[in-house]
Design a protein around this ligand. Structure first.
Ligand SMILES: NC(=O)C1=CN([C@@H]2O[C@H](COP(=O)(O)OP(=O)(O)OC[C@H]3O[C@@H](n4cnc5c(N)ncnc54)[C@H](OP(=O)(O)O)[C@@H]3O)[C@@H](O)[C@H]2O)C=CC1
Ligand SMILES: CC(=O)C(=O)O
Length: 649
């Protein structure tokens, strides 16, 4: 269901050295900007980028050109990225009668340097750097370290009472000083995750038109049909390793937000860098705008997207196909394309269609499945028994629900040797029409059919709980407050420790709150939710509540694919990612009732996940980074982006 059979690619002819992010903490760097006034494929005026930096000293230019001349850069690109990346502006492919523009190399300095988010360090520029880079007078005289900047930013951040203000402050910082943004996020991940991610990103998407300041990713709309390759070339970064793309039709549990869904790829990719260590410049957020069926947005004067109803059928699939082809042509075989928040009527088809030709991953189907399986493996240490001894009931039979169900069935099948058709029978799903049963099969969407077991029809969750008597109840409906008191009490009546996962996001859509779950189960349930809840006090005991969110998986999963140079995603990679995450849950966590480790350790966790995913890619013959590094955990860690400031010569 998820991806391709590994054996198809065992004899793939792709080879070459993968993209590795050099860690240059000890080296002294120059804030080098390679710029060119160019035209692509001899079409003068097609693309004119011209950044002239004055006050650039001879020494700086020499040092910059000696370490990173265009040819050096070109060589690096050739050695690390396939596809059309090397000949970005068509210089090599241009014939003699075509026009091309020569590259120039300059060093960012002075006023420009302060406005370049990649290189800006604000007041952290040293005296020497202020002299060398023409910054005198452009900054107040005080010099402060990055640590103090972080402290100050956190102090400021905590003054905002409104979550959206914090979100906007974080986005402003990302636009102004990228390294400080990531340092802040990495050092304060538990506090800031709810700001840049769920739940606040949901509100940001709802109000994206009003708060929009700067484009943070590529908008590809129906207007760009036939020109998507050209649009990709407009993005300033050329060496892209991960693309997160949405069409905005199912944003969290908030429905169709059209073009305003851009907040999701932006948020997910900031987690790719902060949690998984992928270089920010290697990440590309994309929103495909095919219109929206959200009437409120269509009438909203601040709406930023196409004012038309959604394209469907051929019109939709042609645009998506052009996008997928252009990505491969521009960035090569090894760029990871993560589908995010597509509606299920497109999500499953896109994954199936492109799973055999591209490195694609659907976070809502696959990432969610992997994170939930990890939580269940960990929870077994608290409730006892094997996975096969449990009964699972889902509210919600869409991407998340059926994705999780399939991975649980796969894992049970792997553990017991029972066929998948048998292991699926331990899993039941309820959708908006009730329990999915055999008698409904003709009217079911294809992804629900494997779950249509023999049972009398039941049209509501409360009755399904009473009849199925699940040990595990999972909410993946996007419908808030659907785990009622009656349902939680019912779960608690036949389970000593019911496992209850309310996965839906944002907080408003959670099937129940942590407080409700602990209170109604008299403190006996094992609970986790998609969006975070504060610890709950019940009967004099404090229950910290865990977060079952695919943010635990996708950053490390993607890192594993990248460091191994994987060319396809395989189900077995999802299983090993779950195992790796489950292993990170300590006795101490379990004693508190937590089935996930704290996010504060996430970079270490991501390295463990990455190593296991990479190892699996090598085993399956899907990796192209040869030879396999000896210690994959250490290798993953060494590849991770560090947000600490660099010292400029
Ligand atoms: N924690 C995490 O990491 C993740 C959380 N999620 C969350 O899960 C939710 C669902 O996402 P996804 O699976 O992609 O969405 P889908 O739209 O694919 O699926 C939603 C499912 O819920 C069912 N449903 C909706 N309302 C009700 C209701 N009142 N009673 C019973 N069933 C209902 C739908 O029924 P029908 O098919 O009949 O329409 C459908 O089967 C979202 O809120 C999302 O934020 C998603 C991914 C990751
Ligand atoms: C977390 C996530 O991917 C979602 O809610 O859609």
């Amino acid at each position: 269901m998820f991806a391709v059979n590994g054996s198809t690619f065992l004899n793939n002819s792709l080879s070459g050295v993968p993209r590795v992010f050099p860690r240059s903490t000890q080296r002294v760097a120059a804030p080098l900007v390679v710029v060119a006034a160019v035209s692509s494929n001899g079409r003068p005026g097609d693309r004119n980028v011209s950044v002239l930096v004055e006050n650039t000293s001879k020494e700086m230019v020499e040092s910059a050109t000696s370490s990173s001349s265009p040819s050096a850069i070109d060589k690096e690109a050739k050695s690390t990225v396939g596809g059309g990346v090397e000949d970005v502006y068509g210089e090599d492919s241009a014939t003699e009668d075509m026009h091309i523009t020569p590259w120039t190399v300059t060093v960012a300095s002075g006023y420009q340097l302060l406005r370049d988010p990649h290189y800006n360090k604000g007041l952290a520029f040293t005296e020497k750097e202020r002299d060398a880079h023409f910054l005198r007078g452009l900054l107040p005289p005080g010099v402060v370290s990055q640590e103090i900047q972080v402290k100050k930013m956190m102090h400021n951040m905590r003054q905002y009472q409104v979550p959206l203000q914090r979100y906007m402050a974080m986005m402003d910082l990302q636009e102004r000083n990228e390294r400080l943004f990531y340092k802040l996020l990495i050092d304060n991940v538990e506090e800031l995750l709810p700001v840049v991610y769920t739940p606040t990103v949901g509100e940001a998407c709802q109000k994206y038109g009003s708060i929009f300041r700067q484009p943070q990713g590529l908008f590809i709309s129906l207007k760009e049909k036939g020109r998507i390759l050209e649009v990709l070339k407009n993005w300033p970064e050329k060496k892209i390793q991960v693309i997160v793309v949405t069409d905005g039709e199912r944003i969290l549990g908030l429905g169709d937000l059209g073009c305003q869904g851009m907040g999701i790829p932006v948020g997910k990719l900031s987690l790719y860098s902060a949690l998984g260590g992928i270089r920010p410049s290697a990440c590309l957020p994309v929103t495909i705008d095919v219109g929206t069926n959200n009437e409120k947005l269509l009438e909203d004067e601040f709406y930023i997207g196409l004012r038309r109803r959604r394209a469907t059928g051929q019109e939709y699939s042609e645009l998506l196909h052009e996008f997928m082809s252009a990505v491969k042509q521009n960035y090569g075989e090894k760029v990871l394309i993560q589908f995010e928040d597509f509606a299920n009527h497109n999500a499953f088809d896109l994954l199936a269609k492109y799973g055999t030709s591209h490195l694609v991953f659907n976070d809502d189907i696959e990432g969610t499945a992997s994170v939930v399986l990890a939580g269940l493996i960990a929870a077994l240490k608290l409730v006892g028994g094997a996975l096969a001894d449990h009964r699972f009931l889902f509210l919600g039979a869409g991407e998340a629900g059926t994705g999780i169900a399939e991975l649980i069935a796969l894992e049970i099948s792997k553990q017991t040797g029972a066929p998948l058709e048998e292991t699926r029978k331990k899993i039941w799903l309820v959708d908006s029409k009730g329990l999915i049963v055999r008698s409904r099969i003709e009217s079911l969407q294809h992804f629900k059919r494997p779950w249509a077991h023999e049972h009398e029809p039941i049209n509501n969750l409360a009755d399904a709980v009473k009849s199925i008597k699940p040990t595990v109840l999972i909410g993946s409906s996007g419908a808030g407050r659907t785990f009622t008191k009656e349902i939680v009490e019912s779960m608690s009546s036949f389970n000593e420790k019911p496992i209850i996962l309310a996965l839906s996001n944002p907080t408003s859509q959670s099937e129940c709150t942590a407080e409700e779950a602990y209170k109604w189960s008299e403190g006996r349930c094992i609970f986790a939710s998609g969006s975070p809840f504060a610890p709950v006090e019940y009967n004099g005991k404090v229950y910290p509540s865990g977060q079952a969110n695919n943010a635990y998986i996708f950053p490390g999963f993607g890192l594993g694919l990248i460091i191994s140079g994987a060319i396809r995603v395989h189900d077995e990679m999802l299983l090993v990612a779950s195992e790796a995450l489950a292993e990170q849950v300590s006795h101490e966590n379990l004693e508190k009732g937590l089935i996930y480790p704290p996010f504060s350790n996430i970079r270490k966790i991501s390295a463990q996940i990455a190593a296991r995913v990479a190892e699996k890619a090598f085993q399956l013959g899907l990796a192209t980074r040869l030879p396999q590094p000896e210690n994959l955990v250490r290798y993953a860690e060494s590849c991770m982006y560090s947000p600490n400031y660099r010292t400029y010569r």
